[in-house]
Structure formats: structure tokens, C-alpha cells
Design a protein around this ligand. Structure first.
Ligand code: COA
Length: 144
């Protein structure tokens, strides 16, 4: 089941999946988590939080209309490859369309390019490196 969830629920999964469990939950807070427009989605399998993602308003470069940025997309290891991430992103896109948002973008890890591509995202930047994390591309999906 996909739900809107609180930041404190997101942080342990961010740490486990995106920071290899090396940080404290507090250290996994992004500056964007403080914005009024932020929301977090979680996919629960029973009582267990399996997949998370966070979204905030942030335009990218020259794109027209209202843009949102996706951050912190993560599925815990044992639930990967079952389509949960895909369903969560599709839920977000439908919700954002209802909010009159025009496009969604993210800094996608190179290993996750195909995952984003499956939901309709396309690459819009050259490859760039994020220190300690690795190669990325900016990816974009038009919502309306
Ligand atoms: C990237 C990530 C979020 C994807 O989450 P996920 O829940 O595994 O995503 P999905 O299951 O929807 O899709 C993943 C793969 O499973 C496959 N898949 C989708 N539905 C499936 C199903 N029902 N059965 C089996 N496989 C399925 C997809 O084809 C996809 O493969 P591909 O990316 O090679 O095309 C997850 O792998 C993850 O947390 N990775 C580590 C952190 C990370 O890199 N995050 C992205 C930061 S930019």
C-alpha cells in the first residue's frame, strides 16, 4: 500500500539503502526536507516500509511550468525487482498531475537509469560525478 509518510519514517531507509547504514538518521536529512512543498511517499508491504521517495518543488534549468525534484528513491534490498519502485513513481506522477505540476526531474545514479527510463524519464544531461556516490545523469519526465 502506498501512503504519504513522515520524514522520520523515511530517514532509516535512506540511511540503510542510500548511505550504506553509515550515518545517523538525522544526518540523512536533506535541506529540501525543510521546504513547504516537500512530501514523502512510502510503499508498505504489511507493516514494513519497503520503498521510499521524496518530492519538492524545484524548477530545472530552462523548463517551462512547475517542476518538482525527486530525491531519496530507495527500495530495501529484499523487495527490489518486484515493481514497488515503479508503482511508487507512477503514484507520484498521477498525484503531481492532479496538483498541476508540469514535470519531474532527478539526479539519477547511473545504475538506476533503466529503472527511471521504465517510468518514462529521459536523460537530459551529460554524466557527472557525485563525490562518494558515483556517476549520475539528470533525468526528466514531462507530466502535462
Ligand atoms: C533503484 C531502485 C529504487 C529501484 O527500486 P525497485 O523497487 O527495485 O524498482 P522496480 O522493482 O520497480 O524496478 C527495478 C527492476 O525490477 C524489474 N521489475 C519491475 N517489476 C518487476 C516484477 N513485477 N518482477 C520482477 N522484476 C520486476 C524492472 O524491470 C527493473 O529492472 P531494470 O531497472 O533493470 O529495468 C532500487 O534498486 C534501489 O533502492 N537501489 C539502491 C538505491 C538507488 O540506487 N536509488 C536510486 C538513486 S538515484
Amino acid at each position: 500500500m502506498i501512503k504519504f509518510i513522515a520524514l522520520e519514517d523515511v530517514l532509516p531507509v535512506r540511511n540503510e539503502v542510500l548511505r550504506d547504514g553509515k550515518l545517523t538518521p538525522q544526518e540523512c536529512i536533506f535541506p529540501s526536507d525543510q521546504l513547504d512543498s516537500i512530501f514523502h511517499l512510502g510503499y508498505y508491504v504489511g507493516d514494513e516500509l519497503a520503498t521510499i521517495a521524496s518530492f519538492h518543488q524545484n524548477g530545472y534549468a530552462e523548463f517551462e511550468g512547475v517542476g518538482y525534484q525527486l530525491r531519496g528513491m530507495a527500495t530495501i534490498q529484499k523487495y527490489r525487482g518486484q515493481g514497488l519502485g515503479n508503482q511508487l513513481l507512477n503514484f507520484a506522477i498521477v498525484y503531481l498531475r492532479g496538483q498541476k505540476v508540469n514535470y519531474l526531474w532527478c539526479n539519477a545514479r547511473k545504475v538506476a537509469l533503466q529503472f527511471y527510463h521504465n517510468t518514462g524519464f529521459e536523460i537530459i544531461s551529460d554524466e557527472f560525478d557525485v563525490p562518494n556516490i558515483g556517476p549520475h545523469h539528470v533525468m526528466y519526465v514531462k507530466i502535462q
